[in-house]
Design a protein around this ligand. Structure first.
Ligand code: HEM
Length: 453
């Protein structure tokens, strides 16, 4: 749908949008921040110099789009189209009744009690990971992103598929996903090359990669269908929980799509969040002493369990603050279905609206000295004063991240295990730059020295 006129919204001129297109591909956050600082939290610009887009870092506007009037704001059709091609039709790219039915069933995989059952799977992954991490730490400088890639894939992968899933298959699968993701981003950013993707055979190449990845899951799902007995992983739940309305089980095809989408949604995001968290802790190591003290107090010689993990109040503040400064999803996108109005801003049907998460997290009106890393912002008393949509690393409203508690659990686990054992020193001398594509990643490798406590 073609958007007609928006009114009253501060605008970036067509010429400036066009001139900034090249920089926008390189570092969109820098350009968005330039606009936000000049025009305020809500502004309009033309994406790729062409498509009218409203960007907002205003928590009230974010609440309106993501929660209060979310029925009028679907995920943008460009994203949906590109993702459906390679990920099938599932929770992350559907709307309305279909989405709600899938969401209700899949949510059961992420309840407190389910996560308590998944915890032993994650602890086993963590123990194995720490053996190789200790060896890496002993050698001197550790590429933390590289380590987090290893840990997260196994942690998310085995929570979803169960501990029997072979590591090399998970890795093959993840490599395929990463390749496909890069291609999808290319298609979103350079849509004018679409005919070339078809002629050069690239579309076919990536469809084949997708089919190979599918086959890995298909074999595994078939194997699991034949097995007797229960497991605590999420695949088991999806395979064996009937829909409430019809009493039917999910078809194999849907199971495959949903499990693929969960892995895609949960893997790189959690890797990115834990990488940034270690980066910021290595930069400000004074916080690690407090975390270590808390871990000793809460766990002592006791076994880690789900409830105790949630008593790590300060460590949770650190994670929240790290995800404020470096939100893995720096933006998401929506499209208005019908003409709408918010606070005097006219939003015609078809307009793309970008909930600009990084901007909200750095919005000076809601955060004092937003560039300063200060976990105390999230201490209970102060946190109650924070606007709920000023901190939305997991999104907000009905489509809030389904896996957020699982993500926090695994990041807290790896933080606890590493910080309990090691002092951190950042080796990089320069401030780490931002590389923002779909996710906000570090621009280069982060090296940290880990010395035994
Ligand atoms: C630190 C790690 C994570 C971050 C920062 C994150 C962030 C987000 C955000 C911002 C959204 C909302 C997207 C939108 O509204 O357009 C989202 C949705 C989603 N996330 Fe996460 N996520 C993380 C981990 C996970 C994990 C571990 C899983 C599952 C294993 C997961 C599964 C999903 C799914 C399925 C959705 C779509 C939900 C729906 O549309 O109903 N995420 N996530």
């Amino acid at each position: 749908m073609k958007a007609s006129k928006t009114t009253n919204i501060p605008k970036i001129s067509f010429t400036e949008s066009f001139i900034d297109t090249k920089e926008m591909v390189k570092n969109p956050v820098e350009i968005f921040e330039k606009y936000r600082k000049r025009l305020g939290p809500t502004f309009e610009f033309r994406f790729g110099g062409l498509r009218k887009t409203i960007v907002t870092a205003d928590p009230e506007f974010l609440k309106y789009v993501l929660k209060d009037n979310n029925d009028n704001y679907t995920k943008s059709h460009i994203q949906v189209k590109r993702f459906v091609e390679f990920q099938g039709v599932g929770l992350t790219n559907t709307h309305g009744d279909y989405w709600l039915r899938q969401r209700k069933l899949l949510s059961m995989g992420f309840t407190r009690s389910r996560l308590s059952e998944i915890l032993p799977i994650q602890l086993k992954v963590l123990n194995d990971f720490m053996i190789s991490f200790d060896q890496a730490a002993e050698k001197g400088k550790v590429d933390i992103h590289h380590e987090m890639v290893k840990f997260t894939l196994l942690s998310v992968g085995k929570s979803l598929f169960g501990s029997q899933m072979k590591e090399d298959e998970l890795e093959k699968f993840a490599d395929a996903i990463a390749e496909i993701q890069r291609f999808i981003v290319k298609k979103v950013v350079q849509p004018y090359l679409m005919p070339w993707y078809a002629i050069s055979g690239q579309n076919r190449k990536y469809q084949n990669i997708r089919l190979e990845a599918d086959q890995i899951i298909k074999n595994y799902v078939n194997k699991r269908r034949m097995e007797e007995g229960e497991s605590s992983d999420i695949l088991d739940l999806i395979l064996n929980t009937p829909y409430k309305d019809t009493g039917e089980l999910m078809s194999d095809e849907k199971v495959m799509t949903e499990i693929l989408q969960l892995l895609v949604a949960g893997n790189e995001t959690s890797t990115t969040a834990s990488t940034w968290t270690f980066y910021i802790l290595a930069k400000y190591p004074e916080h690690t002493d407090k975390i270590r003290e808390e871990i000793e107090r809460v766990f002592g010689n006791e076994k880690v369990n789900y409830n105790r993990l949630h008593q790590l109040e300060y460590t949770i503040c650190v994670l929240n603050e790290a995800m404020r400064v470096y939100p893995p999803f720096w933006m998401i996108d929506r499209e208005a279905i019908k003409d709408d109005e918010f606070n005097g801003f006219k939003i015609p049907a078809g307009t793309t609206v970008v909930p600009y998460i990084y901007g909200a997290h750095h919005n000076e009106e809601f955060w004092e000295n937003p560039e300063v890393f200060d976990p105390s912002r999230f201490e209970a008393k102060k946190n109650s004063e924070v606007h709920p949509f000023a901190h939305i690393p997991f999104g907000g409203g009905p489509r809030v991240c389904i896996g957020q508690n699982m993500a926090k659990m695994q990041i807290l686990l790896v933080m606890s295990a590493v910080i309990r054992k090691y002092h951190l020193t950042l080796i990089n001398k320069e401030e780490m730059g931002l590389h923002a594509m779909m996710l906000l990643k570090p621009e280069g490798p982060i090296f940290i020295e880990f010395k035994k406590v």
